[in-house]
Design a protein. Structure first.
Length: 949
């Protein structure tokens, strides 16, 4: 269970603050949190303060570098912060402005109040975006991540911070988040930590800053709060630290208590001292007058640069290693993404593509594919490979293929590409760095998880209790709350199943689905919270039931339920337990009964992709209200349980705890076509369940057992579909049993479009301009598929700026899915010479997941390919033999020639006098796609596409 600071727990529910007119920097609180947890850090801080004072006294006798350079990496979580964009360009500008502040180059430096011009000073330091990452790959120094919050807290988020951190002894790490403390307050500006060996040793040293307040998103003076936070990182305290009786450990900053309202007006404070209101380390300057550091502050920061956690960063060797030394080449390789997230299928695959750009030089070629081992080397997680397609002489697209062998969260790792001399004009010696690395991130296996939390009760005497669900959610915070006698649930805007358009929480009974079919209503900021009970809504009075909630993992919607009991008079409620499903968009059911139930995270077993009757799916069975009699080991069939599954399959039940078991199916089903779809079940026996199965509402869990027909490539000669200005639209459906079979041919304002209902098409670069495919081209995961979008952003076959298809006959590669598994096909298209009309003539599709389908070979030009009724070929695909059936009365003499996908002949024979069927067997050919050409005399009468398995 993740923890939050007590002070946040007490106050975060009450209000959402209006935007601050001054910074809100919790540096003292958050540093003290570290000191309390690590007393050795507090002692280190005390001793280093003494050193800094000595350094101040003796600084004139010490030599310092002529200039300090600090490599910086910005980790940006989400690109929209309070409605403001956060981009690479804005980060670059923010850092340039910050360097001006430290170096006294800010436009208003020479307008400092005369009272303080004699003590103002500058630091000869430059913070530079790192250009080489910890793996040695090229970098922009700005890494974009999915939305996350809470890194401003001094504890509770360490593992998340560490998973993205770069080596603290080589890089300064800055984290840009909108919600610094994960408390739904988007108006905190920033926070930072003083030099601290424990933090750097654990990759936790950092500045955390709100992206809403970088330059370009707010006025220049308020944006200089970033300089304020960097000052903390260099050991500066607030000028008002400790108030009039406190100290910021700097002698030349006047005493200040921080409670005055001077803003940017001159005035006195404490014992009549003039306030240094333009100082970066106060709060006044945010009103419009941040201008200066004092000489004493510069000395203290210079001392900080000698700290064991700061000194390594500006050493010459490190500047070279991080790519920020002055001698570094400006030529580099960069990627548009820094990380990839495993696909929702949870199978170790990645469909995200990366665009790599070379600057300061070019690729040798501007199109085509680069060759692994010749033009580049890969260093990817086991099971993954990649293809590199040139988009221009400065850009290449990287597509990742295969499935990572190990793909749990613990397997998160970096992988990359290194370019070799043949790929780069003038060789790789012209580059500052020769490759890029990406963070490959995985999900743990999906499941439904039950949590019997300590009861959370709120009433008039205990009105508030914050809590967090255990899921690794983007936002796991909730709060039980009594507000003026009304029962509320604080969700921090997450959605709850509710009544109509209100936030009145719907009562759920047993065995109810919680999924996207239900009426979810998002929460609001206080006081617009979800309502469990008020004077006008009393449904829950005296009830025990369930609340359906929504949460997200990496932006993907997931569902769960809370188990709730409300008193008869509606004055109190208790959250007794909860459960959640980590599979995106998947249903979770409330328990069958309130206690003593067994439920599975899945309701269906699907045959494995290998299509041999085996199953790799595992069902997680959870007990609610009772336990298994053991916590580990394998249960015994006929002693602990009985099963009913298709012949050839055996069930194995492995205990993982006293409340959870995993059911897997071994062996292969004897019959495994779609026609053999059936049901299966497991029934627990007394010896498996504490107190026997009488404690369960039902001892049996049922499943649907589903198979796939034998895979194949299927050709469909549909009735021609033509669209033009007179007939602009025609919907159609492809024949396979697809998750979504819909398409549409369309003329939109004279432009030729293909409506795919968001399914992907092979396209040009990042656009939706449909790629022209000729004969014998592969359609598979190596190609550049781009997903469709809602109208008007459809795939484009032809418009004024894209005329490749004018007068052409060719093929379109499409993607579809069967039970979430990606499959491929092609459409045969003819476009008129003037680009005003097109026809879809026929299509083909492969039902084997992720398997290649080729467009027809050029040997099938003309009508040959489409004379489909005269001869039949089966089975298709085949293993050892196939048959050709003559469906006509003629053609007593024929020739059969078989070509591979490259057009090379692999078989040929003449047949005469056969009646209906010939058998071709014992072909010594590899698995793949072939074409069977049947000739009568010199005339080709049929061409069939055939697959050898």
């Amino acid at each position: 269970m993740k923890l939050k600071l007590l002070c946040i727990l007490i106050c975060c529910y009450a209000t959402i603050k209006a935007q601050n007119s001054s910074p809100n920097c919790n540096v003292t609180l958050q540093n003290n949190t570290i000191f309390e947890a690590h007393p050795e850090s507090l002692e280190e801080y005390r001793l280093f303060n003494e050193f800094s004072k000595e350094y101040k006294v003796n600084s004139s006798n010490k030599s310092a570098a002529a200039a300090y350079v600090i490599p910086v990496v910005f980790h940006v979580y989400g690109t929209s912060h309070s409605g403001q964009s956060v981009s690479y360009a804005k980060i670059e500008t923010a850092l340039a402005k910050l360097n001006d502040d430290f170096q006294g180059l800010n436009a208003d430096y020479n307008t400092v109040d005369p009272m303080f011009t004699s003590i103002r000073s500058t630091l000869d330091i430059e913070f530079k975006l790192a250009k080489i990452d910890p793996n040695g790959g090229c970098s922009t120094g700005v890494i974009f991540h999915d939305v996350m919050s809470g890194f401003g807290n001094g504890g509770g988020y360490d593992a998340l911070i560490q998973s993205d951190a770069w080596d603290n002894y080589k890089y300064m790490n800055v984290y840009i988040q909108n919600d610094l403390y994960d408390d739904a307050n988007l108006y905190n500006s920033g926070v930072a930590w003083y030099p601290n060996t424990w933090m750097s040793d654990n990759n936790l040293s950092r500045v955390v800053y709100n992206g809403a307040y970088i330059h370009g998103n707010t006025n220049d003076e308020f944006a200089s709060i970033l300089s304020h936070e960097f000052g903390h990182w260099l050991n500066l305290k607030h000028t008002f630290d400790g108030g009039c009786s406190g100290t910021d450990e700097v002698a030349d900053t006047p005493s200040e208590d921080g409670n005055h309202t001077l803003g940017c007006s001159a005035g006195t404070n404490c014992t009549g001292d003039y306030v240094n209101y333009e100082n970066y380390m106060g709060y006044n300057g945010a009103s419009g007058c941040y201008k200066m550091f004092t000489q004493g502050q510069i000395t203290r920061m210079t001392a900080a640069l000698t700290h064991a956690t700061r000194q390594p960063l500006w050493q010459a060797a490190n500047l070279i290693a991080t790519g920020v030394d002055d001698a570094a080449s400006s030529s580099a390789v960069t990627s548009n993404i820094s990380g990839l997230q495993e696909e929702d299928a949870n199978d170790g695959s990645f469909t995200t593509t990366a665009t790599v750009t070379v600057s300061g030089t070019t690729f040798v070629n501007s199109s085509g594919s680069l060759v692994n081992g010749v033009d580049y080397n890969l260093s990817l997680p086991a099971g993954l490979s990649a293809t590199v397609t040139l988009l221009s002489n400065t850009e290449a697209q990287i597509s990742f293929t295969g499935n990572a062998t190990n793909h749990e969260v613990v397997n998160n790792a970096a992988g990359g590409i290194t370019f070799l001399n043949p790929a780069i004009t003038g060789g790789t010696g012209t580059l500052n760095c020769t490759g890029v690395y990406w963070n490959f991130k995985y999900y743990d296996a999906y499941g439904i998880f039950y949590v019997d939390n300590a009861d959370i009760t709120v009433n008039s005497g205990a009105t508030w209790q914050w809590f967090a669900i255990e899921a690794d959610a983007d936002d796991y915070s909730f709060g039980a709350f009594v507000d003026g006698g009304d029962l509320k649930l604080e969700t921090y805007t997450k959605a709850i199943i509710s009544e109509g358009a209100t936030r009145n929480i719907t009562y759920l009974g047993t065995n109810e689905p919680v999924d996207g079919t239900r009426n979810f209503v998002a929460g609001g900021a206080y006081p617009d919270l979800h309502n469990l009970r008020d004077a006008s809504y009393t449904t829950w009075d005296g009830q025990t039931g369930y609340i359906g909630f929504e949460y997200a993992i990496n932006g993907r919607t997931c569902y769960g339920w809370f188990h709730i009991a409300v008193t008869a008079d509606g004055s109190e409620y208790t959250i007794t337990d909860y459960a959640y499903n980590t599979e995106p968009n998947a249903t979770i059911y409330t328990p069958t009964i309130n206690t003593g139930s067994a439920f599975s995270d899945i309701s269906e077993f699907y045959e494995a992709d290998i299509n041999d009757g085996s199953f790799t799916t595992v069902s997680t069975i959870s007990l609610l209200g009772t336990t298994f009699t053991a916590s580990s080991g394998i249960l015994t069939s006929s002693v602990d349980y009985t099963v009913s599954f298709p012949t050839g399959l055996n069930a194995v039940v492995t205990l993982t705890s006293t409340t959870e078991a995993q059911l897997s199916l071994t062996g292969t089903a004897a019959a495994h076509e779609v026609a053999n779809n059936t049901t299966g079940n497991i029934t627990f026996l007394d010896s498996a369940i504490t107190g026997g199965v009488a404690t369960l509402s039902a001892a049996t869990i049922a499943y649907d057992v589903k198979f796939y027909d034998a895979y194949g490539i299927f050709y469909v000669d549909n009735a021609d579909m033509t669209v033009n200005s007179g007939a602009i639209w025609q919907w159609f459906a492809i024949e396979p049993d697809a998750d979504d079979s819909s398409f549409g041919v369309f003329v939109d304002g004279g432009d030729l479009k293909l409506e795919t209902y968001t399914k992907a098409i092979i396209s040009e670069g990042a656009t939706r301009n449909i790629t022209y495919l000729g004969y014998n081209e592969p359609v598979d995961g190596t190609r550049n598929f781009v997903a469709g979008a809602a109208y008007p952003d459809l795939h484009n076959l032809r418009d004024a700026s894209y005329t490749v298809w004018d007068g052409q006959e060719g093929y379109i590669g499409f993607e579809y899915a069967i039970n979430g598994r990606t499959c491929y096909g092609w459409f045969h298209i003819v476009v008129s010479a003037d680009g005003s009309e097109y026809s879809l003539l026929d299509y083909a599709y492969n039902t084997e997941p992720t398997a290649t389908i080729y467009t027809p070979s050029n040997l099938s030009v003309g009508d040959d390919m489409y004379n489909v009724n005269e001869f039949s070929v089966y089975p298709n695909p085949f293993y050892n033999e196939f048959k050709i059936v003559n469906n006509s009365t003629g053609n007593a003499k024929i020739s059969v020639v078989i070509f591979n996908s490259l057009g090379q002949q692999v078989f040929g024979n003449n047949y005469s006098g056969f009646d209906k069927t010939i058998t071709i067997s014992n072909l010594e050919i590899a698995k793949g796609v072939y074409f069977v050409k049947i000739l009568s005399g010199n005339k080709t009468v049929s061409v069939k596409q055939l697959v050898r398995k």
